[in-house]
Ligand binder design. Structure first.
Ligand code: NAP
Length: 284
């Protein structure tokens, strides 16, 4: 039997249509939501991500600005630009596209973003709020995964969720969000031994590794929900996830494809977070 395919593209389109209505309502009150994206250097993948984010904002009626800085911009220059955007009333969300060039201290730049404008959810304030179970801005990819699970009525409470990957932007936050929804959590990483023993007991398996075809059918419990976060390029240039999709889909109960699974949700959640940031402003 083949797994149910979780259509992230369709869910994201439906969410973006709802967000467009909310953005119009805020604009009618004289508060058009605004997002600024700071990108340093010209990494082609980053440029594509930023283009997609800006396009999604425009389609939803969110004002957006892209601040493209040269690769050799000193850290002080990036910090100064973030500070400018923090104090710009037209801008409700400030996002610094990662990765930054090696000479720039990433945590220092992320810490400069005003917590009220931290629509990427990468500031320690947002991370801490998530840790104590009172999320403020949730990072977009984990938020998108939870949205998909809830929309697809995949039960979380009491289930065993295994997350492969422990990054600050995907692995740790998705584990915390699943924990808050009463799943039992296992977090795996590059030093985990007997990975398959863990993954085979997962009712929900989240792969956030960044390695092509890393999760194979023999690592998946029959009927499990498999969420593929990975974005990798196959030798032929095709975009592929971390999961060996063709074989795993005959074992899993449900699965997100790449492309068209988690990726579109990440962008939609950024728009959602920008609207939340603007909406908070109305309550100031
Ligand atoms: P990351 O920071 O490189 O983290 C990768 C994680 O995988 C690390 O925790 C690493 O463990 C773990 N890992 C590496 N090799 C492993 C192994 N052999 N066994 C078990 N765990 C292993 O990456 P990330 O930023 O979380 O992103 C992960 C993937 O998701 C990437 O492909 C990225 O492009 C993609 N992504 C997609 C979206 C989207 O919207 N679709 C958004 C964000 C990221 P250690 O901690 O021990 O090194």
């Amino acid at each position: 039997m083949s797994a149910h395919i979780i259509d992230g593209k369709a869910h994201a389109a439906a969410l973006r249509a709802e967000l467009k209505i909310q953005a119009a309502a805020l604009s009618a009150k004289g508060l058009q939501p605004g997002l600024a994206v700071v990108i340093v250097g010209d990494d082609p993948a980053s440029r594509t991500y930023v283009r997609n984010k800006v396009r999604a904002c425009e389609e939803a009626g969110v004002y957006s600005e892209t601040h493209q800085l040269p690769a050799d911009t000193p850290e002080s220059g990036v910090l100064a630009r973030v500070r400018e955007l923090n104090s710009n009333p037209r801008i409700h969300g400030v996002l610094v596209q990662l990765p930054l060039p090696a000479h720039i201290n990433e945590p220092r730049v992320l810490a400069e973003v005003l917590p009220q404008k931290d629509v990427d959810g990468f500031h320690v304030h947002s991370a801490g709020a998530l840790f104590v179970g009172a999320p403020h801005f949730v990072p977009c990819t984990p938020a998108g995964i939870i949205y998909l699970l809830e929309k697809e009525s995949i039960s979380i409470a009491g289930r065993h969720a295994v997350v492969i990957g422990r990054s600050n932007i995907v692995g740790k936050p998705i584990a915390l969000l699943l924990l808050q929804r009463d799943a039992t959590i296992t977090i795996c990483h590059s030093r985990t031994t007997d990975l398959g023993v863990h993954t085979r007991s997962a009712d929900i398996l989240v792969a956030a590794v960044g390695r092509l075809n890393f999760v194979t059918a023999d690592m998946v419990k029959p009927g499990a929900c498999v969420i593929d976060v990975g974005t990798n390029r196959a030798p032929d240039g095709k975009l592929c996830g971390d999961v060996d999709y063709e074989t795993v889909k005959s074992v899993a109960g449900s699965i997100t494809p790449v492309p068209g699974g988690v990726g579109p949700m990440t962008v939609a959640m950024l728009v959602a977070n920008t609207l939340r940031a603007a909406d908070h402003r109305t309550q100031d």
